[in-house]
Design a protein around this ligand. Sequence first.
Ligand code: SAM
Length: 206
Amino acid sequence: MTEERQSRVRAVLEKRQPDLTVLLEHVHKPHNLSAILRSCDAVGVLEAHIVALEGRPPTFNETSAGSDKWLPLVSHETTALAFSSLKARGFQVVAAHLSAEALDYREWDYTQPTAVLLGAEKWGVSSEAAQLCDAHIIIPMHGMVQSLNVSVAAAVVLFEAQRQRLEKGLYAGSRLTPSQLAKLEFEWLYPREAEILRERNEPYPI
Ligand code: SAM
């Protein structure tokens, strides 16, 4: 393990934003999922969430550029369970949704704990999710086509969140607790050893 590798891992972990995430509702195409995780990694999302289609576990392809390795994707069985889990952790859920009451996406305050909900390519956000969420946001469209590709929409919103968070100094110091930081640093630097210790139910040497 080189010192350079260690400092790179530490620098990336110190930018992770535990209170910014995405919730993907039935987004299943591997290239879209992969592109979304890559954008999540770029802005420092710590973990992403998905309600997967029944019988279709999430899969990735080379579009992820390996970002799926650094970003856990937590699966929820239903939309309602995903909402209750995120809400219990203090997240507001804002749906990227082309509805009549949607706010311009730049009007939302992403410096508060926020999960950005994105809908499936074909169906969009479900009516259940649209009702459960705290607000709808829209990326204004002035072309002939009504919507963006879901991964593009995710990137646009996530980079607005990054802009607001940079302005507020939320990337200036680690947002993880010292024990979270040490645990993740060990897992990222020594993934095989970490896996063996987890299987044996033994503590990490941190
Ligand atoms: N036919 C679908 C609909 O009516 O919602 C279009 C789905 S769109 C291809 C996939 C997802 O990308 C949407 O559910 C939404 O989350 C996001 N999205 C795409 N364009 C958007 C926009 N202009 N504003 C907000 N979200 C958008």
